[in-house]
Design a protein around this ligand. Structure first.
Ligand code: BEZ
Length: 211
């Protein structure tokens, strides 16, 4: 069954390019992003994994550990990483799981048989420190993911977790946030010293609290 928001992300032990990974132990108390790609030595995936590597400091800044998955073997991942580093001018700096037995792919429902019987689709799961699934995304094999969007959602998730604010449509870091409905206007005024704008009783905005 597909994983849904709020579900507990499944734990697993798997082989990766950085050795055996016990997933929960590896995550510790961090946020995590586990993402799958269809196959090694494919063009779109090459750009995606290069892009992820080049965003290392952005993921680190947010306390997010990143791990990739595909059903190709370890030796193939290791060979392919050389190509990714060469063509994307980067150094792959996160583990890639060799999920030949499809254990992880099945736990996370990353194989969509009507798209491909054998390959994982482009799934993304963002996992909170409580091990719950906070974001799911599924892209087709032919469309590379927008990693700026993934970082934007992580920013929004972390603002909600830490400050009880939500983010409006097309929000970008630095723009005003929305006070979540669970916080009364009276409490919001105390909680957000930068000010609360009451557009409607249910639509209250405040400057991004962590700036
Ligand atoms: C790729 O990963 O590059 C890819 C896979 C399937 C179709 C098109 C592109």
């Amino acid at each position: 069954m597909a994983l849904r928001l709020g579900d507990i992300a499944p734990d697993f032990t798997a082989q990766s390019t950085e050795g055996t990974i016990h997933f929960y132990e590896w995550l510790g108390n961090s946020w995590g992003m586990i993402f799958s790609h269809p196959a090694d030595f494919t063009p779109v995936c090459t750009t995606e994994l290069g892009r992820t590597a080049s965003l290392k400091s952005e993921f680190e800044k947010r306390g997010v550990k990143v791990i990739a998955v595909s059903v190709d073997p370890l030796e193939s991942h290791s060979e392919w990483i050389k190509d990714i580093n060469e063509t994307q001018q980067t150094t792959v700096n996160f583990p890639m799981i060799a999920d030949q037995d499809r254990q992880v792919a099945e736990l996370y429902d990353m194989i969509h048989p009507n798209a491909s019987e054998k390959a994982t689709v482009r799934s993304v799961f963002v996992i909170g420190p409580d091990k719950k699934v906070k974001l799911t995304l599924t892209y087709p094999a032919s469309t590379g993911r927008n990693f700026n969007e993934i970082l934007r959602v992580i920013d929004s998730l972390q603002l909600t977790a830490n400050y009880q604010v939500a983010t409006p449509a097309d929000w970008q870091a630095g723009e005003d946030c929305i006070v979540v409905p669970a916080v009364s206007t009276e409490d919001a005024i105390k909680k957000f010293p930068k000010g609360v704008t009451i557009v409607k009783p249910y639509l209250r905005t405040t400057p991004q609290p962590n700036l």
